[in-house]
Design a protein around this ligand. Structure first.
Ligand code: 13P
Length: 341
């Protein structure tokens, strides 16, 4: 495969393909395993992820790349094959989460700043040697308007960190996924999500430009424009699509490599229906696909439940969600296809 940043980025958003976000930190995967009653150990985490990476047909057809966690990129399958080699054998590209997580922003209660820039140049060189050709950094922007969250300082600091990360990635020959996630956890309405997302993306592209990041060699991983979960409102896919595309037209340069959404706490089907509605109102200046964690893994996690005997059923559940999101990335999904499974 070509090693040019813009070619890697284009492959990440190839028609009908998207990213599997399997980069849960050890803390997050433990929470997921607690739900299915599985003890989180290096081996159980390996077995679980190996199950998905070995779903060969789904991986080959629908998955352009996999975002890994530091532990996983160094792990070997039960038979001794490096997990990275299993991923590469499906033609998917290995990627790596490189941020060190969102920490409280000093002086700004309720805001966070994502850490991980110190030593990043050296870590990127190591990850490149291990096979990673793209990376991910997630900034977290919560919304609590009554408390003044997010502050302009939080939006600015996170955008600046994303830009420094992105420049270091490109220096290392790695495509940066820039992820400024505006959370859907709050009680805000869809209009507030739109306004905060607009401020966030405007600041992000100002900082990427100032940092001399080559936009063609980047992927944006954004939230969709949605009402907060605690608002009790659900927006229709059509409204989500209309507001999300309006936002991007106003803030996201056409030059970028592509857009791959996070699912952010939407249900599996919601995440698929919304992505489908977004693509159905195209054509758009960018490719728009998925980079889902929860919305791709909730079903296979449940089906697997830590038992070797369930691997085939779990792979089938994973293949189904990947197939549905493949169709949504093309604007060709229909709700009836969910029942058919
Ligand atoms: P979700 O799709 O579960 O939001 O995870 C995607 C991700 O990688 C968040 O950083």
């Amino acid at each position: 495969m070509s090693e040019r940043l813009e070619d890697i980025a284009a492959a990440m958003v190839a028609d009908g393909k998207g990213l599997l976000a399997a980069d849960e930190s050890s803390g997050t995967i433990k929470k997921r395993f607690d739900v299915i009653g599985v003890e989180s150990t290096a081996d159980s985490r390996r077995d679980y992820r190996e199950m998905m990476f070995r779903a060969k047909e789904a991986m080959t057809r629908y998955i352009s790349g996999v975002i890994l966690y530091d532990e996983t990129i160094r792990q070997k399958a039960a038979d001794g094959t490096p997990l990275v080699d299993i991923i590469k054998a499906t033609s998917a590209i290995p990627g790596i989460k490189v941020d060190a997580g969102a920490k409280p922003l000093a002086g700004y209660p309720g805001d966070t700043i994502t850490e991980g820039l110190d030593g990043l140049r050296e870590r990127l060189a190591d990850y490149y040697r291990l096979g990673a050709r793209f990376a991910k950094w997630r900034a977290v922007i919560d919304i609590d308007v009554a408390k003044g969250v997010p502050s302009a300082t939080s939006i600015g600091s996170n955008a600046h960190a994303l830009a420094r990360y992105a420049a270091l990635c490109q220096e290392a020959g790695i495509v940066p996924i820039v992820e400024p996630e505006v959370l859907m956890d709050g009680a805000h309405d869809i209009g507030t999500c739109y306004e905060i997302s607009k401020a966030t993306l405007t600041e992000l592209y100002t900082e990427l430009y100032a940092a001399r990041v080559v936009l063609e060699g980047t992927i944006l991983k954004p939230n969709m424009v949605l009402a907060g979960k605690k608002s009790g409102k659900t927006s229709s896919p059509e409204e989500v699509a209309e507001k999300t595309i309006k936002l991007f037209r106003e803030t996201v340069p056409a030059a970028i490599g592509g857009i791959a959404f996070l699912s952010g706490g939407q249900s599996d089907e919601e995440a698929t229906a919304n992505l489908n509605a977004i693509n159905a109102i195209g054509p758009h200046p960018w490719k728009l696909t998925f980079s889902y964690g929860r919305a791709l893994q909730a079903a296979p996690q449940k089906a697997w439940s830590g038992k070797a005997a369930n691997v085939a059923a779990a792979q089938a559940a994973f293949a189904h969600r990947a197939h549905m999101n493949h169709l949504a990335a093309l604007g060709k999904w229909q709700p009836e296809l969910e029942q058919a499974a």
